[in-house]
Design a protein around this ligand. Structure first.
Ligand code: 13P
Ligand code: SF4
Length: 344
């Protein structure tokens, strides 16, 4: 079972040091040139998540790579002809790319980029929990290790979680959901499905504050509130739109509002602002009455990816994601279900 005290200890042991300081324009442009050359020489493509630093996203776009949410990243990597994929994100994203493309070499700027949801759902504990409920279909979030995926019947990302669970619930299936308790209760509320929920959470989204959000909305009554579903229910309750990173980005372009209050990791602001230069994007508060923030809307592990370690991994060809063949075989089944799932 999930244990909050153990979770905190595990987080402390993998919490990264402060990210590197920003480079000046000259150093940045030198890195861009060298990394571009290395990507071509190594037949490699760079795939980045929206939460990485803007310069990593800019470089992925400028080199024919890709920036997206966790589902889109996995799909792009599987289709791209490059023999080496460099994943700038957190480790479960590298593992997902390896499971979907086992014949390719998957490298990451660092293998120490964790995700608190993955940390909070250890495969042995989770397997024991699932064995106690053999009548339930096991649905896990993409933010889990390959070993946890290998136990699951379905893997979902936040962009298709509701559709998949609705589909399963219509067929009368009872569900185990892991690891995110907030996304789990959001899915339960919106599908009415019978769900047993693992109790881990995202340390970044858990810090958004509903009371301070209401106060901010009063200051900007014309702003639409966009919320990622890993946030607490009282924050989700204040949202105009709830969705995955790419769904929030799309909404920010489509809605007529000129202002948005955004409750997700601040890396997304780069693409939002790029797509809608005339609009204003305001970070949702992680401070307020009685609040203390440790992440303050920055994912500490996403921010471990930088131009220095990106160049280094291409030069040294280290930090490869290696997975056991048996785990790949088992984890591929629920992942392929997700990739080929057709929206109802
Ligand atoms: P998305 O699937 O929405 O990209 O979310 C991944 C993630 O880590 C959110 O915190
Ligand atoms: Fe994991 Fe949260 Fe970071 Fe996303 S923002 S990678 S869920 S810790």
């Amino acid at each position: 079972m999930f244990n909050e005290k153990e979770f905190q200890l595990k987080l402390d042991s993998c919490w990264p040091a402060l990210p590197k300081k920003n480079l000046d324009a000259k150093a940045k442009s030198n890195y861009f040139l060298s990394i571009k050359k290395l990507l071509t020489a190594k037949n490699a493509v760079l795939i980045a998540h929206y939460y990485t630093e803007p310069e990593i996203q800019e470089l992925a776009d400028a080199t024919g790579g890709f920036v997206g949410d966790s589902l889109e990243m996995a799909k792009f990597g599987a289709k791209h002809p490059a023999t080496t994929i460099v994943i700038a994100g957190v480790r479960f994203m590298g593992e997902t790319a390896k499971i979907l493309s086992p014949e390719k070499r998957i490298l990451m700027p660092t293998l120490e980029a964790e995700c608190s949801l993955d940390v909070g759902c250890e495969s042995k504990d989770f397997a024991t929990f699932c064995k106690k409920h053999p009548d339930r279909t096991v649905v896990v979030y993409a933010n889990t290790s390959a070993k946890v995926k290998a136990i699951a019947d379905w893997v979902v990302t936040s962009s298709i979680a509701l559709d998949v669970v609705k589909h399963l619930s219509k067929q009368g299936e009872k569900i185990i959901w892991a690891p995110d308790k907030y996304l789990g209760s959001y899915i339960q509320k919106n599908t009415g499905a019978d769900i047993l929920i693992w109790q881990a959470y995202c340390v970044v989204h858990a810090e958004f504050q509903a009371t301070a959000l209401s106060a901010l909305k009063k200051e900007h009554p014309e702003a639409a509130i966009l919320v990622h579903p890993e946030s607490p229910p009282e924050v989700i309750a204040k949202a105009d739109v709830v969705g995955s990173t790419s769904q929030l980005l799309k909404t920010s372009q489509e809605l007529p509002n000129k202002k948005f209050i955004v409750a997700t990791e601040t890396g997304i602001f780069y693409k939002m602002q790029l797509a809608s230069p005339a609009k204003e994007f305001i970070p949702a508060p992680t401070m307020g009455p009685n609040a203390t923030c440790r992440c303050c809307a920055h994912c500490p592990w996403m921010k471990m990816n930088n131009l220095e370690n990106l160049k280094e991994v291409l030069e040294q060809e280290n930090n490869e994601i290696l997975l056991d063949d048996e785990i790949i075989k088992k984890a591929l089944v629920p992942l392929e279900r997700m990739v080929s799932f057709k929206h109802a």
